[in-house]
Unconditional design. Structure first.
Length: 371
């Protein structure tokens, strides 16, 4: 096995295109847009690189045939915030060959050891705010927008290299055609809204920058105590907001206010993966037409994020977000929903989803390995 650092533009292009060989017979894989992956890995375009060191590796047989890839990431903000010496692996793709996987993880481990790190964790592509986790349950359906996917054999390759579970992430599924909102939830929700005098409204796209300012304040506070959380810098947050704006349906991005103060927000997006799966990673020359055609048939959404400031919790705002999103989505023909991802130890959120009657249908895992 020959491991190489990705250095030249040609190396990077081979790195980006390698997954097409791994998934060529997998009907559930959603090919990413090649142009977006190029931009994502470009330090001049992705502000994450301002506080992280990233090294890409590939592994090949002696014949030169590529058989795997990996990214080794040193997220300085994570280590400063959590007082750790952790390196992250991500963008792991590999043929079903333990030797290739071992060579990739050894290369990443050596990269981390040379920088004094003591733990390797992943997969995170490239941070906790991007696609994270290894799918270990729920291989029968494609992933929703901004969620990862991988072959079932990856867990065996990773665990054979000395990794152990660090945390599981849950994804829940519901279908409003089969699962009406429980009446007791609706009554309790309205009681809470009247008692605590909160309001919930859609984001105002005419004042998008002003709305983003309010949401960023909630975002930086609401998730700071979560396991592994690292808030995006304002530059990263604005970069993501600009990317999502074209896909955003304002009726599905909700803001809760108490006494005129923003108390929380939730974001759901139509599952554009239902259209992207038809494009094979290209918008041109005909991908854009395919996207416009297939987006009309999207019938699912993903609730991506939902949170409230600590002092406004236990008011029922979280439940209100879920139910209001559910109602608005159904009116638009988005009757299928995924709520993801939820930390396995986030008891309040998991309980809220169980009470709504949705079911746990996918599980993703983060792994640790001591160096």
């Amino acid at each position: 096995m020959l491991v190489s650092e990705v250095v030249t533009p040609k190396d990077r292009e081979r790195f980006i295109r390698f997954p097409w060989g791994v998934y060529r017979k997998d009907p559930c894989w959603v090919p990413p847009l090649i142009a977006e992956v190029r931009a994502f890995l470009d330090p001049q375009k992705n502000p994450f690189f301002e506080h992280a060191d990233v090294q890409l590796f590939t592994v090949a047989h002696e014949s030169g045939a590529l058989c795997g890839r990996i990214a080794a990431v040193v997220n300085r903000r994570h280590n400063e915030l959590h007082g750790e010496r952790t390196g992250f692996f991500g963008m792991f793709e590999c043929v079903n060959d333990p030797r290739a996987a071992a060579a990739l993880f050894d290369a990443a481990a050596n990269f981390f050891r040379a920088r004094g790190l003591t733990i390797m964790r992943g997969p995170e592509n490239l941070s906790v705010n991007d696609d994270i986790g290894l799918l270990i349950e729920g291989f029968d359906t494609p992933p929703t927008i901004m969620m990862p996917y991988n072959p079932p054999y990856y867990s065996g390759l990773i665990e054979a290299c000395g990794f152990r579970k660090a945390m599981d992430l849950y994804a829940y599924y519901g279908d409003t055609r089969e699962l009406p909102i429980p009446e007791r939830i609706v009554r309790g929700m309205e009681l809470c809204r009247r008692r605590y005098k909160f309001t919930v409204r859609p984001v105002d796209l005419r004042r998008f920058d002003e709305e983003i300012d309010k949401i960023y304040k909630v975002y930086t506070e609401a998730w700071e105590q979560n396991w592994g959380a690292v808030a995006m810098t304002r530059k990263e947050f604005d970069h993501l907001a600009a990317q999502l704006k074209s896909a955003l349906d304002p009726d599905l991005m909700l803001i809760a206010e108490v006494g005129g103060e923003v108390a929380g927000f939730s974001l759901a997006l139509p599952d554009f993966n239902q259209a992207l799966i038809k494009l094979n990673g290209r918008l041109f020359p005909f991908g854009m037409l395919k996207l416009l055609w297939h987006r009309r048939k999207i019938n699912m959404l993903r609730v991506i994020t939902l949170g409230t400031l600590k002092r406004f919790r236990r008011m029922g705002i979280d439940n209100y977000f879920y139910v209001e999103t559910w109602k608005r989505a159904f009116a638009k023909g988005l009757y299928r929903s995924e709520m993801s991802w939820i930390l396995e130890n986030n008891t309040p959120m998991n309980n809220a989803l169980h009470n709504l009657g949705v079911r746990l249908y996918k599980c993703y895992r983060l792994y640790d390995r001591e160096l």
